[in-house]
Design a protein around this ligand. Structure first.
Ligand code: SF4
Length: 368
């Protein structure tokens, strides 16, 4: 199979779903880590193809959703600084901060630009040598190499008006934090294929061994997801913990060595707060000492900024798989994609937005 459509073929999908139904004898709870996978599961109704006792719970793998409030507030503070140009991915512009979002900051005379890559912001810095240009960079190990390359190129070019507000996160420590929680229900993970294309699979071995559960690397198309789920269920049914790569067309065990080498040069592993999950040890990437001159938090004196998450939003419980979005009282009423209360409703990869789109709340019926 070579083309994307081949991985959506109905016959292949149903063959895999039948195999899962045949081989599954007990209820199992499996978490897909990645927001892209959550979106695909709801879009294609993958969860509805599974036996009644198999529950999919949705993990914290949406990069926009887990970016902490304090990082949004720091980006807004930069956008409001005279002469600064704040650039970021388009998805970040609507994420609510403590008081406003980046779009509102732009409307109030801040200069905010939506770009596809941190590398594009180098061009902005070269075009505006008299302005401070900052790229607000978020995401998992998938997007971190582009941030590392931007820092590397800025250093090579001696760009003095460019810096990075880095809020990158690492998946394995978050998985461990979820597994260590007292109310954890996770019995197996589908690991995010695109993260593993960069990082490989070795980081998951100690987690699978310590918690004695299967971790199956998988992709984003229906056939990929069902292949990963079949592999998970086979391992669960036979009591076989361990890491398995069910996304071999994209993921090599060693990942992308060149990207990893650049990341090791530019970043250092740091503790990082996750929206809804709190501070997780060793779960973030910050600029290394060699690249400290490009750290926007230092340049704009934002290192002590803190923020309090709104009490009404339950995205932290959604991100841990404790509740489904529909169980949040605000879902579809006070919280909608047009008026989001939390990041999991803002991002197209967020679980709340995915449920709102594919499993919308029933319209209320007036009895009057
Ligand atoms: S529905 Fe809205 S308020 Fe509720 S958890 Fe999701 S984002 Fe937060």
């Amino acid at each position: 199979m070579k083309h994307q459509d081949d991985y959506r073929q109905p016959e292949r999908v149903h063959t895999l779903a039948d195999a899962i139904a045949r081989e599954c004898t007990r209820p199992w709870t499996i978490m897909e880590v990645c927001g892209g996978q959550t979106h695909a599961i709801l879009k294609y109704g993958i969860d509805r193809l599974l036996p009644a006792g198999v529950e999919l719970i949705h993990g914290p793998g949406c990069p926009v959703c887990v970016t902490p409030l304090e990082s949004i507030d720091k980006a807004i503070a930069i956008a409001q600084t005279q002469g600064a140009i704040l650039c970021s991915f388009g998805d970040m512009l609507r994420v609510p901060g403590s008081r406003l979002d980046l779009l509102s900051a732009r409307a109030a005379d801040g200069e905010v630009r939506a770009l596809y890559s941190p590398l594009d912001s180098l061009k902005v810095a070269r075009e505006h040598p008299d302005r401070q240009v900052v790229f607000f960079s978020v995401g998992f190990e998938t997007t971190a190499p582009a941030t590392a390359m931007a820092a590397f190129q800025a250093k090579q070019a001696g760009l003095r008006n460019f810096s990075l507000l880095v809020s990158h996160v690492r998946v394995p420590p978050a998985m461990e934090a979820l597994l260590a929680a007292p109310d954890c229900r996770i019995q197996a993970f589908l690991a995010a294929g695109h993260v593993c294309t960069v990082m490989g699979t070795a980081e998951y071995e100690p987690i699978a061994a310590a918690y004695r559960l299967p971790i199956v690397v998988t992709g984003f198309e229906p056939v990929d997801l069902l292949s990963g789920l079949l592999t998970c269920i086979r391992r669960l049914e036979t009591g076989s913990p361990g890491v398995e790569n069910a996304y071999r067309r994209m993921v090599r065990p060693e990942g992308n060595p060149a990207a990893r080498q650049l990341m090791e040069q530019v970043f250092q592993v740091i503790d990082r707060p996750w929206r809804g999950l709190g501070r997780i040890p060793a779960s973030g990437l910050g600029l290394s000492d060699a690249y400290a001159a490009f750290d926007a938090e230092r340049r704009f004196d934002l290192e002590r900024t803190t923020a309090q998450e709104p009490a009404e939003c339950q995205s932290g419980r959604v991100l841990q798989g404790i509740i489904k979005p529909g169980q949040c009282p605000a879902f579809g009423t006070r919280c909608t994609p047009e008026h989001p209360l939390g990041a999991t409703m803002v991002s197209s990869e967020g679980a709340c937005a995915a449920y709102y789109r594919y499993r919308p709340p029933a319209p209320s019926v007036s009895m009057g």
